[in-house]
Design a protein around this ligand. Structure first.
Ligand SMILES: [Fe+2]
Length: 190
């Protein structure tokens, strides 16, 4: 499934990017939400059932999955040493990340959260950060609206990193607050 990902240089994300100004593109792969739904229906189903229940258990207010299937759940894929995931903050109030691949300590691919909400770019984030090493089967939930986060590159040419990323919304931060610029950026239309 991850082999069929859309690998390319993704332009930096409007509004939410926390890359330094000289970074215009970040290479990675993405399995689009429509392909997840079609080819991994059990995973898509979990997003709206079991994973939703787990997400709800982390939050005091009602949690909902995205109604718009274009961005509810996607797979992000890194292959080799040239790819990473963009340093950014989230617009949705609750994100779930299911790690699908294992990576040994020091192998790269760690999910990095900056402790300083104002840290500009990956070097600044790296200087004061929390590090989450990917373990296949681990599912984490977080509010990524304040703290910049990104995924480090892998250190082996043959390594592949896959995560399923899920957008959840809450009563106080519903799906209607998603910036239309994001959809225009990703899909060409709001
Ligand atoms: Fe994020």
């Amino acid at each position: 499934m991850a082999v069929g990902a859309d690998f390319k240089r993704f332009p930096r994300t409007p509004i939410l990017s926390r890359e330094t100004p000289e970074i215009f593109h970040i290479s990675r792969g993405r399995v689009h939400a429509s392909d997840v739904r079609q080819n991994l229906p059990w995973l898509y189903g979990f997003y709206r059932s079991f994973f939703l229940e787990l997400a709800q258990a982390t939050c005091a207010e009602p949690v909902t999955p995205a109604l718009d299937d274009r961005y509810g759940m996607v797979l992000n894929v890194q292959r080799g040493t040239e790819m990473r995931f963009e340093c950014h903050v989230d617009s949705n109030p609750l994100t779930g990340v299911l790690f699908c691949t294992d990576h040994l300590a020091g192998a790269g691919g760690e999910l990095i959260f900056g402790n300083d909400p104002t840290a500009p770019g990956i070097d600044a984030v790296e200087r004061d950060c929390s590090v989450i090493r990917p373990h296949a089967g681990h599912l984490i939930f977080f509010d990524g609206r304040q703290h910049p986060h990104f995924a480090r590159p892998l250190l082996a040419d043959t390594d592949v990193r896959v995560v399923a990323v899920m957008n959840f919304y809450t009563e106080s931060c519903p799906e209607s607050t998603r910036p239309p610029e994001l959809n225009r950026h990703l899909f060409g239309q709001a």
